[in-house]
Design a binder for this molecule. Sequence first.
Ligand code: IMP
Ligand code: MG
Length: 187
Amino acid sequence: MPSETYKKYLKEVLVTEEDLKRRVAELGRQISSDYAGEELLMVCVLRGGVMFLTDLMRELTIPHMIDFMALSSYGVGRRESSGTVRITMDLNMDIYGRNVLIVEDIVDSGYTMCSLLEVLETRHPKSLKICTLLDKAARREVDIKLDYVGFDIEDKFVFGYGLDLDEFYRDLPFVGVVDLDVYSPKE
Ligand code: IMP
Ligand code: MG
């Protein structure tokens, strides 16, 4: 049972637990069919992508491995990506010649994903694709192709199901909109 202290920050539930389960299962089926006969390495972007990754893995019917990476933007708050992203924790595995699928919680401006793609491409994977749970397309500043998207969402600050509010509430089973009258995101 999640702690109930999240309730004061919650404006509304945007994606319910039921919708998440259904969509993650659909994505799992689609990915399994797209990569049929192949092996997959899922690269999870820490920490927001963790819930999505672990649920998605259980919906795959193809052999797959997982690895983790952590990234941070230089000198900016989470709402304003600068376009320069630093790897704070790199992969353990060599991705050379492998089918790599990046698993991310949300794509906002797109800068994080764009620089991650650049870095991973230099390592020559066999293929490189992106799977994001949420897509805030209205805030996109760089053109980027998202191969798998769970949900298109409006420009609202959200939390839960991996996404945090000052590192808390990642465990919530739904995605909620933050009440900005009560909580102001740290810049
Ligand atoms: P981008 O580089 O602007 O695309 O930023 C992507 C990162 O910003 C995501 O990986 C999240 O960590 C963070 N982010 C963007 N929007 C939200 C949100 O609504 N809630 C929580 N984190 C967010
Ligand atoms: Mg993230």
